[in-house]
Design a binder for this molecule. Structure first.
Ligand code: 13P
Ligand code: SF4
Length: 299
C-alpha cells in the first residue's frame, strides 16, 4: 500500500477529514479533502461532521478549527508549525492598547493566538477584512497584528484604524521594484498580490486578494499571464489548475518556513498516532469563539 492509500484507509477507519492550506507542498495538497484559504477552511471546520480534523497548515489555523468545533479532535500535522506574525502581539500588549482607546473595538486577523482572539470583538481574514471593518458600529478600530492588512482595510472605511506593528516576513519581502520589473517584462500580465504585502506593492498591483481570491481570479480572468505576490505553494496550485495559463512569482519565489514543515508522511503519522492534538483553555476558547462566529456571520 502506498502512503496515499494508507491515508485514505485511516481517514475512513477513524472518521477524519483533512484540511489543507494553499501554501502546503503539492504532495500534501493532493491528500486534502478541502484545500483553501483561512476563511474557507474555518467554514469547513465549523460544518464538518467528521470526528477528527487533521490540519495541515500552521497552529493558528488548527486552533481556529478547534474553537469552532470544540467537540472534535483537532490535530496539527507538525507541532512546531506556527506563524511568526501571530506571535508578534501578546495579550498584555493588547490589553494595554485597549485601555488606551476605551471606545475602540478590536479586530484581530485570524493570524493570532486564541488568547488574542479572546480579547477581540471580531476576527477577520484576508478575504473578508474590509467587510468586517465596515460592519462595526464604532468610529475607532484597533487592528491587530498586521500593519499591512490594517493599511489595506483602512482604504474601505472612514473609520479611524489604529494598526499594530506586526507583519509577515514572507510577504514583506516583495518589493515595489518587483512589480515595476514584472510589468516591464510581462506588459499584458495581471499582477495579483496578497494584502499582507507592503503598501507600496499593494499600490502598484492590479488586484489585492486572499489566496482563494487568487484561485478564483486565475480561473475567470482572460489574462494568459499572471504574476503572483504570495507564498509559492499557492503558485504551484494555480499552475496545476490552470495549465493553459502562465504564472510567475513576483520576484524570487518566497517561502513560509512553517508552512513547509509538513510532509505527506506527517499527515499519515498524525492520523496513525492522533497527534498533535490542539487543546485550548475552556474560557479562552469560549471568548475567542464569539469573535470568530461574529466574523462568520458577517461574511
Ligand atoms: P489566506 O487566508 O489568504 O490564505 O492567508 C493566510 C496566510 O497566512 C497568509 O500569509
Ligand atoms: Fe504567517 Fe506569513 Fe507564514 Fe502566512 S505566510 S503563515 S502570515 S508567516
Amino acid at each position: 500500500m502506498n502512503i496515499k492509500e494508507k491515508i485514505e484507509g485511516l481517514k475512513k477507519e477513524k472518521d477524519a477529514v483533512i484540511l489543507v492550506h494553499n501554501y502546503q507542498i503539492p504532495e500534501v495538497q493532493e491528500v486534502a479533502d478541502f484545500l483553501g484559504d483561512s476563511l474557507d477552511l474555518s467554514r469547513k471546520a465549523q460544518k464538518t461532521d467528521a470526528r477528527i480534523i487533521v490540519f495541515a497548515g500552521v497552529r493558528f489555523m488548527a486552533e481556529t478549527a478547534k474553537i469552532l468545533s470544540p467537540k472534535k479532535k483537532v490535530l496539527l500535522t507538525r507541532k512546531s508549525a506556527g506563524c511568526p506574525m501571530a506571535e508578534m502581539i501578546t495579550p498584555s500588549e493588547l490589553k494595554y492598547i485597549k485601555k488606551k482607546y476605551p471606545n475602540a473595538k478590536v479586530v484581530s486577523y485570524v493570524n493570532t493566538t486564541a488568547e488574542i482572539k479572546a480579547e477581540s470583538y471580531i476576527c477577520c481574514t484576508s478575504a473578508n477584512a474590509a467587510k468586517v471593518v465596515k460592519s462595526i458600529d464604532v468610529k475607532r478600530i484597533i487592528f491587530v497584528p498586521d500593519r499591512n492588512l490594517a493599511n489595506w482595510v483602512s482604504r474601505f472605511t472612514d473609520k479611524e484604524v489604529i494598526p499594530y506593528n506586526g507583519f509577515c516576513y514572507v510577504h514583506e519581502r516583495f518589493k515595489k521594484e518587483d512589480v515595476i520589473r514584472a510589468k516591464e517584462k510581462y506588459p499584458d500580465a495581471a499582477v495579483i498580490v496578497h494584502p499582507e504585502c507592503k503598501k507600496e506593492v499593494v499600490d502598484l498591483a492590479d488586484e489585492v486578494l486572499s489566496t482563494n481570491g487568487m484561485v478564483y481570479f486565475a480561473k475567470k480572468t482572460d489574462k494568459r499571464v499572471i504574476v503572483v505576490g504570495t507564498e509559492e505553494g499557492l503558485i504551484a496550485r494555480l499552475k496545476r489548475e490552470n495549465p493553459e495559463k502562465r504564472f510567475y512569482s513576483l520576484g524570487p519565489p518566497r517561502m513560509c518556513r512553517d508552512m513547509k514543515k509538513t510532509r505527506v508522511e506527517d499527515v499519515l503519522h498524525s492520523l496513525e498516532e492522533e497527534i498533535y492534538q490542539v487543546t485550548i483553555q475552556e474560557d479562552i476558547m469560549e471568548r475567542a469563539r464569539v469573535a470568530l462566529e461574529r466574523m462568520l456571520s458577517v461574511s
